[in-house]
Design a protein around this ligand. Structure first.
Ligand code: KG4
Ligand code: ZN
Length: 338
């Protein structure tokens, strides 16, 4: 079976074709980063208009690449139905639903964060359920236990900024273009560990919630009170990244202890972060436990994860209604189990 996946929840148009036997047949991505850079963040109306321009041409490209001008070889169309920017979601949802209707195949609404959560399944050594999952993206920071597809229990989440958001806001303070997460990380490589020390928020309190808004404030204060030469900025970036990564690692460890689970999945844009992987992998090695990531291009938004999650849902009997419903907010725990 083959599923066409459409991702338009934020600032990336992602289109992919996933075959349950052959794997990923095509994966197309158009990033709008340049469009939003001048504004320091994603402008929803501009994002939606750009998805309108790019979605159909990218679908054509994906079908052409898989040698499927004959759309009857597609068994379902999966699209991101939320969470995300409503006007951006509507573009993919409308195109996806219309194509499915025209092709007389099921349309499958996919939860964006379930898409992220399942990305390590696209790799050679996929994780088996059950596992703890750390979702770290631009909009979410959550720890969950996952015992099957759609069987998720929220263990903790950020009470303010998401990890990616904290990266991007601090990067902005350091003078980097949006979204500055990966650039901040690059600069931090030149930074001297220990020159500055950032707090590790909420680690003294029990529980698995996070709070990252204070890190951004601490960064602003540190930048203000110190010289802004390149070395100082790199040292601040180093201290910020160390604190954030450490906090995430400590909470993952606590979640594993609390649940007694042995496997950990780390997914979402921030899971591309090298320091985070290094720190979590070391902790997991010490516990003789295994951690699973997706390759970097599947960490940030993409169509492959939507096609994959759509396939899993299709096999579980999911069928979208004819009416198009998108959900800007959508708790993962509300998903039906399959
Ligand atoms: O999952 P994603 O593509 O979009 C959302 O669903 O939000 O995540 C994007 C976020 C951005 O905040 C971006 O700065 C961050 O992931 N990010 C990184 C890295 N690569 C992407 N943050 C830190 N280090 C990276 N290497
Ligand atoms: Zn995402």
């Amino acid at each position: 079976m083959r599923v066409l996946g459409i991702e338009t929840s934020c600032d990336e148009t992602g289109i992919a074709v996933y075959d349950d036997e052959a794997g990923l047949l095509s994966n197309q991505l158009y990033s709008q980063i340049k469009l939003h850079a001048d504004y320091g963040g994603v402008v929803p109306e501009l994002a939606a208009r750009d998805h309108v321009r790019n979605t159909v041409p990218l679908i054509q490209k994906a079908l052409k690449e898989t040698d499927m001008h004959l759309q009857h070889k597609i068994d379902a169309v999966a699209y991101t139905a939320g969470p995300g920017l409503v006007s951006a979601l509507l573009v993919g949802a409308t195109i996806g639903r219309a194509l499915a209707f025209a092709w007389k195949v099921p349309a499958i609404p996919v939860h964006h964060m379930e898409g992220h959560l399942l990305t390590p399944m696209l790799e050679k050594e996929p994780p088996e359920f059950p596992f703890v999952v750390l979702l770290v993206s631009g909009g979410h920071t959550q720890l969950l236990s996952a015992t099957g597809i759609g069987k998720y229990i929220l263990l903790g989440e950020s009470i303010d900024d998401a990890a990616g958001e904290a990266f991007d806001k601090t990067a902005n303070l350091l003078g980097l273009d949006y979204p500055g997460g990966s650039m901040l990380s690059k600069i931090a490589q030149q930074g001297i560990t220990g020159r500055f020390t950032f707090p590790r928020p909420m680690i003294d309190r029990p529980g698995l919630d996070f709070s990252f808004a204070g890190l951004k404030t601490f960064a602003a204060k540190t930048i203000r009170e110190n010289a802004d030469d390149a070395q100082t900025l790199a040292d601040i970036a180093r201290a910020f990244e160390d604190a954030l990564v450490d906090t995430l690692m400590i909470k993952c460890k606590r979640a594993l202890e609390q649940t007694g689970l042995k496997r950990l999945v780390v997914a979402g844009g921030v899971s591309a972060n090298f320091k985070l992987r290094e720190c979590i992998s070391r902790m997991m090695q010490e516990r003789s436990s295994k951690v699973f990531y997706a390759r970097p291009e599947f960490c940030t938004d993409n169509g492959a994860m939507i096609a994959y999650a759509g396939m899993a849902r299709l096999k579980g009997g999911a069928r979208g209604e004819l009416a198009i419903n998108v959900r800007p907010r959508w708790p993962l725990e509300e998903l039906p189990a399959i």
